[in-house]
Design a protein around this ligand. Structure first.
Ligand code: 13P
Length: 259
């Protein structure tokens, strides 16, 4: 059997920022600065996933720049106090959303089945969706990272018709989030190759076009090395996405040399 060498198709890179529970109106100037900075690198897709309270204002502040949510409810509407629906995100001008971030899987006890349902609802509403997966420190220490994350992906992926076209996957090792720790380049490559195989198994040829983002302590200083790994098709960036001076250089690192 020929060893898997990485996706033969080079995908356009996608760099998304996740502001998490950070940002109020005074930070809209930063959204604008990021949008203006990224506009010079049109070979890279760039987006910011913002607190729901900022989405509509950010869409107005940075017209044409992709703004997304960080989560949404799987139901269309109803008695779900405090939750936000896909149509509410669309109504605010969002074009994408994250689902299944490890902070929600842990803090809100979200299951793979719930995340799959959210992804399917997001897709039906016309949103692009970033499905997050990732292992804990102890799982990696036990040598179970690839098996665990692959299984998590299998049961979180949306199964709707044509889902692959609106999907990205983010591999975010929990122990790398906000810690300054990053897996070795070899470990990132091994995981992304395994996730690519699962995507192809789930979606056939369409699985080759689903972008697999790496997330966890991505900074300007390590972005280029991470983006050079086969099947790393972009990044999901937390802390370093809050300021244009830190985020735009990551977008630059994703820009192909001839682009
Ligand atoms: P950091 O980039 O702050 O490590 O966060 C990663 C993340 O969780 C993005 O969703």
């Amino acid at each position: 059997m020929v060893k898997y060498q990485g996706n033969m198709m080079s995908l356009r890179k996608f760099v998304a920022g996740n502001w998490k529970m950070n940002g109020t109106g005074e930070n809209l100037a930063e959204v604008r600065a990021i949008a203006e900075g990224a506009a010079g690198y049109s070979s890279v897709d760039c987006a910011l996933c913002l607190p729901a309270t900022l989405i509509e204002r950010a869409v107005r502040a940075a017209p044409g720049f992709a703004i997304g949510g960080q989560d949404m409810h799987q139901a269309a509407s109803g008695a779900h106090t405090g939750s936000i629906s896909a149509s509410m995100l669309v109504d605010c001008g969002a074009t994408l959303t994250i689902v299944g971030h490890s902070e929600r899987r842990e803090e809100q006890h979200e299951s793979d089945a719930q995340i799959r349902a959210k992804a399917e609802t997001a897709i039906a509403a016309g949103l692009q969706v970033i499905v997050c997966v990732g292992e804990s420190d102890s799982v990696r220490g036990a040598g179970q990272a690839v098996a665990t994350v692959a299984a998590q992906l299998d049961s979180s992926l949306p199964q709707s018709e044509g889902a692959a076209a609106q999907l990205a996957v983010a591999y975010e090792p929990i122990w790398a989030i906000g810690t300054g720790k990053v897996p070795s380049i070899g470990d990132i490559g091994e995981m992304h190759a395994a996730l690519r195989q699962r995507l192809i198994r789930a979606y056939g040829e369409a699985g080759r076009s689903v972008r697999i983002l790496y997330g966890g302590s991505v900074k300007a200083a390590n972005a280029a090395e991470i983006f050079a790994v086969p099947d790393v098709d972009g990044a999901l960036v937390g802390g370093a996405s809050l300021k244009a001076v830190e985020f735009v250089p990551i977008v630059v690192a994703a820009n192909p040399a001839d682009g």
